[in-house]
Design a protein around this ligand. Structure first.
Ligand code: GCU
Length: 421
């Protein structure tokens, strides 16, 4: 519950009004984050300690995964065998011959009813298999690069809740968020998928009728919400990438920003085939600690985005200390795989400090595997990336993906993967 203290009973009523409207009560004062005790990831449900990687993997990790499924993001269905892939374009002469471009239709039901998503994949020319970034993103693939060959598909209109061809199309409109040429030049493939095609992110959960949920029974209170649906779709995109001979199946790095930062953490937690994760400004219910009252809170997510989560998540609005998990548990589910958390100094809503503290609290789990987490006690200087196995950076600027962030992401990928070429 938000830390609001009032002296007179008249003001208690006013305080209750404020709590009802959580936006008004958002705390941005470090002195008022309140006291909290984090649960210990290395203590099992039966109170026995975890002292080695084997016990972590065999016992504690599955417990934490189940706590997240039951209470936070919900249980997702098994992948099944319905999803089909149609590689409808292959150009070996993309980007002036420096890359191969593929466009792949993903049909999540294998029937004309879909839903369909579209994967765009560039791999560098002259390489047999390339480590590859899989990027979940917010718009059609034609926006990531000015390439006239990229097909434009209908998009979900968040106001009307209908699928329609975009009225205005600007190829490469969001190219500044990606460094595709540099990524390819450094020997990586890069793939994109619009999360709205996996399941439209429509208010009040209307998207559940149209996305991957529509092929399954309605979710129970512990069933999958939209974040799980997007994560499930990311794993299906990985199914394809693992079958593509130009992609190194053992080195697929999953990237997402904001709500998709939360999604990639959850996808990586559930699907160990993702070799590394980069979560950008993932914030509340991503990498930042929920027990810290700073910026967005559990209450905000429960109120504004209930459909992102399992129904059971609502129980924790106003009861953050009853959460059986916190963000350091989610981070620890990625261990020992490389994970990079990127934040922004002006993204107070996302609580960069809360992400740093969560990474520190997950560090003992990385330590079980002899991997380096965050040993730094103090929040690092801005734009000073900590390139550990569990890495962290806070860029100067807002809730965004900056070109300089991609330099860090590529360095991070180089440190863990490229030397194996
Ligand atoms: C909102 C939401 C955040 C989320 C962000 C985004 O601000 O409160 O939790 O990360 O949207 O996805 O852009």
């Amino acid at each position: 519950m938000k830390s609001i203290f009032f002296k007179s009973s008249g003001l208690v009523f006013f305080a209750m009004l404020l709590i009802g409207s959580s936006a008004l009560a958002t705390n941005y004062d470090e002195a008022k984050v309140g006291h909290y005790t984090l649960p210990d990831p290395l203590i099992c449900n039966d109170r026995s300690p975890v002292t080695n990687a084997e016990t972590w993997l065999a016992k504690r990790r599955p417990e934490i995964l189940e706590l997240y499924r039951e209470n936070i993001f919900g249980h997702s269905p098994d992948p099944g065998t319905n999803t089909t892939f149609n590689v409808w374009e292959i150009s070996t002469n993309a980007r002036g011959g420096s890359a191969t471009r593929k466009q792949i239709e993903i049909n999540f039901s294998g029937t004309p009813a879909g839903p369909f998503a579209h994967l765009l994949l560039y791999t560098p020319a002259g390489k047999n298999t390339a480590p590859t970034f899989l990027c979940l993103q917010f718009s059609g693939n034609y926006t990531v690069i000015d390439d006239p060959a990229i097909a434009i598909f209908p998009v979900w209109n968040s106001k009307s809740g209908a699928l329609a061809m975009p009225k205005k199309t600007v190829r490469g409109e969001f190219a500044r968020n990606w460094k595709i040429a540099e990524t390819l030049a450094r020997g990586y493939g890069i793939a994109f998928i619009d999360y709205n095609e996996i399941e439209p992110d429509l208010s009040h959960g209307a998207g559940l009728k149209f996305g991957v949920h529509k092929n399954f029974p309605p979710p129970a209170a512990d069933g999958w919400g939209a974040i799980s649906a997007w994560a499930w779709g990311a794993s299906r995109a990985l199914d394809y990438l693992q079958s593509d001979k130009e992609v190194d199946a053992q080195r697929v790095i999953l990237f997402g920003h904001s709500r998709l930062g939360k999604t990639v953490l959850w996808a990586g937690a559930q699907d160990p085939r993702f070799a590394a994760i980069i979560a950008n400004c993932s914030g509340e219910m991503g990498a930042s600690l929920s027990r810290r009252d700073y910026g967005e809170t559990v209450d905000d997510v429960a109120k504004h985005f209930p459909y992102w989560m399992a129904g059971n998540f609502q129980k924790f609005a106003g009861h953050w200390n009853d959460l059986p998990v916190d963000a350091h548990f989610l981070i620890s589910l990625i261990a020992p795989r490389p994970l990079f958390l990127n934040t922004g100094s002006e993204d107070r809503w996302g609580d960069p400090h809360g992400e740093f503290l969560a990474a520190r609290a997950a560090t003992p789990v990385y330590g079980l595997f002899g991997k380096a987490g965050i040993s730094e006690t103090n929040f690092p200087p801005l734009d000073h990336a900590l390139q550990h196995d569990l890495g962290f950076n806070c860029h100067t600027g807002k809730h965004d993906v900056l070109p300089t962030d991609w330099d860090n992401f590529l360095d991070f990928a180089d440190a863990h993967f490229q030397q194996k070429n």
